[in-house]
Design a binder for this molecule. Structure first.
Ligand code: TXA
Ligand code: MG
Length: 350
């Protein structure tokens, strides 16, 4: 792929710069690529109904072409244009969680090219709540395909600087709307099966969905290693830091002692070590590059820092990372899903 100049524009919520938004919309309409903030992670946008444009996304990210893209919309009329046989439960779910961090999968209509859906006859659809995202989708024609705006295999970007690191010179434009608010990708819910099935956990939890429509199941591959996931993208070794990451789980006192012992051993061998602790525990660690990921009193603070911390350890060329384990209630199930993947499911129980 040729080297191109990437335009970077800062955009402020509440006072979007019209000129930048029009420029970004025009780039999308002529088949170009624009990275933009959403409430979950930054996305790499292209016109979802233009097969050539959607295909450029795969080249820029180095993404396998069988991994389908999510189509981003801003209204329910748009959903009816790209999806067919929409089940009746959809309305209640959309009323409760759209716009927001939820993606739903439906049978696709003929207007959606197979280049966007990775050859599948289903389409993933999301209506993001971020103001910059919504304005860009409208400016770009209403149907924007967007995976996370990282190089395939790297942690998803939670600020514009991460996008620049991975994709500068490979895409037309980056809209910099500052750090995202959630930090983990949207919940994916497959609406083509009964009951609906969660293929990827996110900020909209199983409990929240069940309160709305009754029973919801979870793809086995979300929790168990070695199962073949139903979302094609979930099978790749995602969120992989360059270091070897281990999760240490058990009573806090034992976890701290074990992480200290492991870190001291590796430092003695001359290795660089990173530690992921929390506000409650960091003062107990003795050596290595010690980072607080957030507070256990509010796990959303942990979610929002996870990918940035993995990137910082990559930049510091750390050899080993030891992380505490987190509760898997609420957003915790999404945190542990991403952390376990980053660790290749390497867990030490003490
Ligand atoms: O929060 C998010 O969802 C972000 C922001 C930018 O919206 N996007 C995102 O896209 O995470 P991506 O491409 O990184 O992840 C999309 C996931 C992949 O695992 C893909 O395989 C799955 O959704 N997916 C997309 N379409 C699908 C379909 N028709 N059937 C099953 N899985 C699908
Ligand atoms: Mg991704």
């Amino acid at each position: 792929m040729g080297h191109m100049e990437t335009i970077i524009k800062k955009v402020k919520k509440g006072q979007l710069d019209r000129e930048s938004m029009e420029m970004a919309g025009a780039i999308l309409k002529r088949g170009g690529l624009v990275a933009f903030p959403t409430e979950t992670v930054y996305g790499l946008g292209a016109d979802a109904l233009n097969e050539k444009a959607a295909e450029k996304i795969y080249a820029a990210k180095g993404r396998p072409s069988d991994n389908p893209l999510i189509v981003h919309i801003t209204n329910l009329d748009a959903l009816e244009k790209i999806a067919i046989n929409i089940p009746k439960e959809t309305k209640a779910i959309a009323d409760a969680f759209w716009p927001g961090p939820l993606t739903m999968i439906f049978e696709k209509s003929d207007v959606v090219p197979l280049g966007t859906t990775g050859g599948l006859n289903t389409v993933a659809v999301r209506m993001p709540s971020d103001e910059v995202a919504a304005a860009l989708i409208d400016a770009g024609g209403g149907y924007i395909a967007a995976p996370s705006a990282n190089t395939s295999g790297r942690p998803s970007p939670t600020m514009a600087e991460h996008v620049e690191e991975d994709l500068a010179g490979r895409i037309d434009m980056i809209l910099d709307g500052g750090p995202v608010s959630i930090g983990l990708e949207s919940t994916i819910l497959d609406m083509t099966v009964t009951p609906p099935m969660i293929l990827r956990p996110g900020a909209i939890t199983k409990e929240m969905l069940e309160e709305c429509v009754g029973e919801v199941t979870v793809d086995k591959a979300v929790i168990q290693p070695g199962q073949r996931p139903k979302a094609p993208g979930m099978k790749y070794r995602h969120y992989a830091p360059q270091a070897k990451l281990s999760i240490v789980e058990g009573d806090m006192e034992n976890v701290i002692a074990k992480i200290n012992a492991l870190a001291e051993e590796k430092v003695k061998e001359g290795c660089k070590v990173g530690i992921i602790g929390t506000e409650e525990s960091v003062h107990n660690y003795r050596c290595g590059d010690i980072k607080s990921i957030g507070t256990r009193e509010d796990e959303s603070t942990i979610a929002v820092h996870l990918f940035a911390i993995l990137r910082e350890f990559d930049a510091d060329e750390v050899d080993y990372i030891y992380s505490e384990s987190f509760d898997s209630e609420g957003i915790g199930s999404a945190i542990m899903n991403r952390l376990l993947k980053a660790a290749g499911h390497h867990v030490i129980t003490v």
